[in-house]
Design a protein around this ligand. Structure first.
Ligand SMILES: Nc1ncnc2c1ncn2[C@@H]1O[C@H](COP(=O)(O)OP(=O)(O)O)[C@@H](O)[C@H]1O
Ligand SMILES: [Mg+2]
Length: 280
């Protein structure tokens, strides 16, 4: 679906994307996981034609992002990191505005499509309220609705759940899964470990403009060891990784201090690879 080769981007002297290679397959939910400043938004903005790359090649559905940009615009939908709504307008009015941008001219067809979208993102009841009055989750759902209007094949979501309560975040995951089950390929960025782990079929871990690992969450965790023993030593907290609970237990038996045994997560993978935490 997407093939990225040696993509780079600079802002002056600063290298935001330092030569990444990535393939995203049709039908997957793919996550770009990394801390603030890793280069996730810059990458998404290049893929969605909002920013120009410095070098490298990007193909979406076989089309080159520079040569075939008009074709690509029809194939993709984008939900940016920051609010892209007109909050003085109702949900429905925002959708009408978006429909005009996509030159959906037939009035009846447009109204029908907008009603379908409102149903899909569960905003039918509140369609005619000013979007300013919506909760954070509802605003995010409206932005998704706007991105889906022209029936794209692939959706980009930049930090889709940032700032949402855990419960609302889970509802957003359900919506993303529902779109994916309906055939949508999804690329999302996140700095939430759990989101990458629970929602994504494959995850690319990004740090300082580079992709340092790509795999399923399960495989990434297996590489560091599935089970973690955390215990206090004189120089601080120590993490030790094991392939299974038995090995972890026999290690714990030999310790003098108290220890916690838990499943490894993607944060552990990130720390092993970079020596720092995703969210510090
Ligand atoms: N418009 C810009 N001008 C200058 N530097 C930028 C701009 N956008 C991003 N950067 C820099 O590029 C790097 C990557 O940023 P970004 O892609 O936003 O990261 P992320 O989305 O992973 O938090 C950061 O160091 C950031 O400060
Ligand atoms: Mg970002």
């Amino acid at each position: 679906m997407i093939k990225i080769e040696n993509l780079t981007k600079r802002f002056g002297e600063r290298i935001a994307v330092a030569g990444i290679d990535l393939e995203i397959k049709r039908g997957e939910i793919f996550g770009l996981l990394g801390p603030n400043g890793a280069g996730k938004t810059t990458t998404v903005r290049i893929l969605t034609l909002l920013s120009k790359k410095k070098s490298g090649s990007v193909k979406i559905c076989g089309y080159d992002i520079e040569k075939d940009s008009e074709r690509i615009k029809e194939l993709i939908g984008v939900v940016p990191q920051h609010m892209s709504l007109d909050q003085d307008l109702t949900g429905r009015e925002n959708l009408v505005l978006q429909a005009r941008l996509h030159h959906l001219k037939n009035k009846a067809a447009m109204e029908q499509r907008i009603n379908e979208i409102l149903e899909f993102v569960e905003l039918t009841d509140r369609a005619d309220d000013k979007s300013r009055r919506y909760s954070g989750g509802m605003k995010r759902r409206l932005m998704i609705g706007m991105a889906l209007l022209h029936k794209p094949k692939m959706l980009f979501l930049d930090e889709p759940t940032v700032g949402l309560d855990p419960q609302v975040r889970r509802k957003m995951w359900d919506l993303i899964r529902k779109m994916n089950e309906a055939g949508m390929t999804v690329l999302l960025t996140t700095h939430y470990i759990e989101e990458a782990d629970q929602l994504c079929r494959r995850v690319a871990i990004m740090n300082r403009g580079r992709i340092i690992a790509v795999d399923t969450p399960q495989k990434l965790k297996e590489k560091v060891g599935r089970v973690v023993v955390e215990h206090m030593e004189a120089d601080g907290m120590i993490n030790n990784f094991f392939d299974n609970r038995e090995q972890a237990a026999s290690y714990v038996a030999g310790l003098n201090s108290n220890a916690t045994v838990r499943e490894a997560n993607l944060e552990d993978v990130f720390i092993e690879l970079t020596g720092r935490r995703v969210n510090d």
